[in-house]
Design a protein around this ligand. Structure first.
Ligand code: FPP
Length: 246
């Protein structure tokens, strides 16, 4: 049995999220500019998306651009936006062939007009696909997302549309960008950094965390399978004891 068939027999994360890190260091190791790392990171995005869909992951969320990333040098930001537009255009067929629906979370209105237009078009053209949901976090920051939810809820309380007593997990969830996504089951971060960096703070409450030293441009099908194997060997107790799970 091949490795993919084997991994499909075990418990799979319904929602897999990835912090794609290490593009800059990968390029530096090769004496190249940081943007070279991002260009090569696109290959890893394609392979990861295709493998995840093949395995049967229902939701894959990728941290492609954070609210903090706007502070990077202008050339780097522009390159990332150009790569996004070019990749979306190029991968539309792959998304449709694999029955993948594209979504986005974050302050996408902050993206350059061209990138936003391309994104909206590809989202519309893949909307009916019923396989994996691929969510790109773009101009995304978790604290900003939670702050917006607080603001929206406060307005509803002020206008007597909701009572403070009724505010619970579910209502907060409804006001997040991720309102139609399940909680994250497995979070992967590449490049040897052990940080969350303002990514899906609410949604990873019970997620398993997996860190690998591999730089993002080198992340391949094999590395994804390793992460999923590690997930399958863990016991998720959600605060209960092992015996209560039986
Ligand atoms: C982190 O590496 C990576 C990013 C900030 C961007 C990720 C973008 C891509 C993989 C390419 C385009 C994406 C799509 C969805 C087509 P880093 O620059 O922080 O690396 P470093 O920590 O080594 O400096």
């Amino acid at each position: 049995m091949d490795t993919i068939a084997k991994i499909k027999q075990g418990r799979l994360p319904q929602h897999l999220a990835i912090i794609m890190d290490g593009n800059g260091r990968w390029a530096k190791q090769r004496g190249k500019l940081r943007v070279f790392g991002h260009e090569n990171g696109v290959r890893a995005v394609r392979e990861t998306v295709e493998t995840a869909a093949k395995i049967g992951i229902e939701y894959l969320t990728l941290y492609a651009f954070s609210t903090e990333n706007w502070k990077r040098p202008r050339l780097e930001v522009e390159t990332l936006m150009k790569l996004l537009v070019a990749s979306l255009r190029k991968e539309l067929k792959t998304l449709n062939d694999n029955n993948i629906r594209l979504r986005a979370i974050g302050r996408t209105e902050a993206l350059p007009k061209k990138a936003l237009k391309e994104l909206e078009e590809v989202m519309a053209m893949t909307e009916k696909n019923s396989g994996m949901t691929l969510t790109l976090a773009l101009s995304y920051g978790s604290r900003e997302e939670i702050t917006s939810a607080f603001r929206a809820l406060s307005i509803k309380v002020k206008n007597n549309l909701i009572s403070p007593d009724n505010i619970d997990d579910a209502i907060i969830n409804e006001h997040l960008y991720t309102h139609d996504l399940p909680d994250v089951d497995l979070l992967i971060r590449t490049s040897g950094e052990h940080r969350i960096s303002n990514f899906l703070l609410w949604q990873i409450a019970y997620a398993e965390l997996y860190f690998t030293d591999v730089f993002w441009p080198d992340f391949s099908e094999q590395h994804l399978i390793e992460a999923l194997k590690s997930y399958q060997n863990r016991e998720r107790r959600f605060g209960k004891t092992s015996e209560q799970l039986i």
